[in-house]
Design a protein around this ligand. Sequence first.
Ligand code: 5GP
Length: 207
Amino acid sequence: MSDKLYFSYNHIHKLCKESADKIRESNFKPDIIISIGGGGNIPSRILRTFLKQEGSKNIPIQVIGLSLYESLGTGNYDESQIGKEVVRTQWLDFGALDQHFDSLIGKNILIVDEVDDTRTTLHYAVSELQKDVKEQAERLGRTDEATNFGIFVLHNKDKPKKAQLDDEILQGRYYAARTLPDQWFCYPWDAQDIEFHSEQAIKQGFN
Ligand code: 5GP
């Protein structure tokens, strides 16, 4: 048995469809999707198909870029201080948002990534976006409007997390299509050989 899990495009499409139904049933209606670039892009786009309500506009998708890199703490070379830091490589285009959408203030914002591993990336994305919205709301005198964040991931790894999310999000607006044991997940967009990848996904029942 492989220690890696393979997921086909078909499987991912079905996970997004199923999750869109759950999001809708939970009465969270995203006004905008913020995709964590790379892994979040294909799930964001598929999810949008299934979240679209008849007669209403497509939900806009904005992409942010975040990378994790290994860092040593500021002190000695103590293993406990080796951690992962998040670096922003791309952020929101506020010009385009203001022109074609509106500000994020008072909106329902769904952050999308492919996998919640240590939770470091999702925690960073949520807290930075919360800060941006708070600053903007204070500047515009609109602090009475509630902005709600939700999270969608294809997979949540069942493991201790290195960063936490607000209870409000975790209890009410955290959507993981599947929670699986801690293994390496192979996504089709990373596959060098898509035939081999698909065969593995079929064998493992993820097609
Ligand atoms: P974090 O540890 O911050 O939750 O995970 C951040 C990123 O690590 C994810 O967005 C993803 O790009 C990458 N990652 C973590 N675990 C896996 C995995 O099992 N498979 C793949 N393809 N990427 C992963």
